[in-house]
Every structure is written in C-alpha cells, then in structure tokens.
Design a protein. Structure first.
Ligand SMILES: Cc1cc2nc3c(=O)[nH]c(=O)nc-3n(C[C@H](O)[C@H](O)[C@H](O)COP(=O)(O)OP(=O)(O)OC[C@H]3O[C@@H](n4cnc5c(N)ncnc54)[C@H](O)[C@@H]3O)c2cc1C
Length: 205
C-alpha cells in the first residue's frame, strides 16, 4: 500500500499509518477503497457533478459493525467522516476532502412487516428500492419523488413526497432508528425499540 495522506479535523495534513489502515481493512466486511484503487474515481463521485472532493478512504459498509469500525477509525485518527446513502445532497455532504466516507450503499437489507405496517430498512436503500418491496404488500409511505434518492438522507431532512398530504412528511413516519453515535456507541433511538418506518396502505394501488 502506498503512502496515504489525510487531513485532520484541525486541518493538518498527516500520513496515515499503513499498519493501522491494513488492520482497519481486515476488520471491515465491505471493501476499503483507497485513492490508488481503480474503483476510487467512480466511488468518490456524488450526484452533484460540481462536487469534486477527494476522501482519503472510502469504506463500503455492509452492516452496523462496518459503520462502527469506520466511526472508530475516524475518531482515532481525528479525521472527518461523511455518511453516504443516495448521495443526493446538493452541497456534497456525502463526501469530504481528506477524511473518510462511510458509504452505506451496499446496505440494501429490507423487511416488510405487513401485519404491523412497518418496514425495517438499512441505510443504503433508495426510494425506488423501498417502493418496490412495499408495493408487493400494497403498502407505501411518504418518500422521494425520484427513485434514486436515499431513504436516510431524505428522511433526515424531513422528506416531502407524493403521499404527504395524507400521511405527513417522511420523518413523521419514522418509528425508530439504529444509530451509531460519534462516540462509537450503537443505540436504538425512538419510543419503539425496533428500527422501522411506518407504512400505509398505498393510495396508488
Ligand atoms: C434529484 C433529486 C430529487 C429529490 N427529490 C426530493 C423529494 O422528492 N423530496 C424531498 O424531500 N427531497 C428531495 N430531494 C432532496 C433530498 O431529500 C436531499 O438531497 C437528501 O439529503 C438526499 O438524501 P440522500 O440519502 O440521497 O443523500 P446523501 O447525500 O447520501 O445524504 C444526505 C445527507 O444525509 C447524511 N446521511 C445519509 N445517510 C446517513 C446516515 N445513515 N446517517 C447519518 N447521516 C446520513 C449525509 O451525510 C448527507 O449529509 C431531492 C434531491 C435530488 C438531487
């Protein structure tokens, strides 16, 4: 592995210890993409083509454990971290210069609990993928008008969509969420202890 450079939260240019990066890579279930790797150029792109940031590392997370390891790596080395779902944030907040991207796009797990009208979905699911699964059960909720917006970023911003006049914003339908805190803890936030989105009988069916 060639020399990896990063920029700390204080703005200092540092060289990342290659042994620490190798150990981090070994702990990840998903791929760790470095600037020298062929997928890097594509992996660093976000929806807004005017954003041209160069993260030191891109961690393709496959589950909560990968997200946790990525947060811990960023903390240890005091480098910025950016979370990525659909990458639609126009300001490019799903990436960063010199830090690490926790790319949740491999996290596509979803389970529809039709009896409870709830969906358990991972942080890399896009609205088109969400709708495809819920419509099998005749269910739907307020989501993005465009298929490839991420469920995480849109819901965190409130989330307006086709069903909002009847069911409110996307965030109104969020029951709970599994959260990895900046301190490296995993908590389930919400009054209900299972991470889920409420779903309604779709008016479109
Ligand atoms: C083509 C297009 C159509 C759109 N349509 C709609 C619409 O119909 N309704 C609407 O309300 N908005 C819409 N938006 C705006 C959209 O909701 C926001 O841009 C939103 O931030 C995109 O979420 P994302 O997951 O796709 O993007 P990202 O850029 O991946 O994420 C957005 C923000 O959330 C953070 N984030 C993502 N995942 C996590 C996570 N798991 N944990 C913590 N932070 C996280 C990111 O770091 C970033 O700051 C649209 C945007 C575009 C570009």
């Amino acid at each position: 592995m060639s020399t990896l450079r990063a920029t700390t939260l204080a703005g200092t240019d540092i060289q990342l210890d290659s042994a620490a990066v190798t150990a981090f890579k070994a702990r990840l279930h998903g791929a760790l993409v470095c600037p020298e790797d062929p997928p890097y150029e594509q992996a660093r792109k976000v929806w807004n083509g005017m954003i041209d940031k160069h993260p030191a590392l891109i961690a393709r997370c496959t589950g909560v454990a990968d997200v946790l390891h990525t947060v811990q790596f960023a903390r240890t080395h005091e480098i910025p971290i950016a979370m990525r779902c659909g990458s639609h944030n126009a300001a490019g907040h799903a990436t960063c210069d010199g830090g690490i991207v926790a790319d949740l796009t491999p996290m596509k797990g979803m389970r529809v609990d039709a009896a409870q009208r709830r969906v358990h979905a991972q942080g890399g699911v896009l609205w088109g993928e969400f709708d495809r699964e819920t419509q099998v059960y005749g269910l739907g909720t307020t989501g993005g008008a465009v298929n490839d917006t991420g469920i995480a970023g849109l819901t965190l911003g409130g989330g307006i969509g086709w069903l909002m006049s009847q069911y409110g914003l996307a965030c109104d339908n969020l029951v709970s969420a599994d959260v990895v805190t900046a301190e490296g803890e995993v908590i389930t936030a919400g009054c209900d202890r299972s991470a889920a989105l409420n779903c309604h009988l779709s008016v479109a069916l």
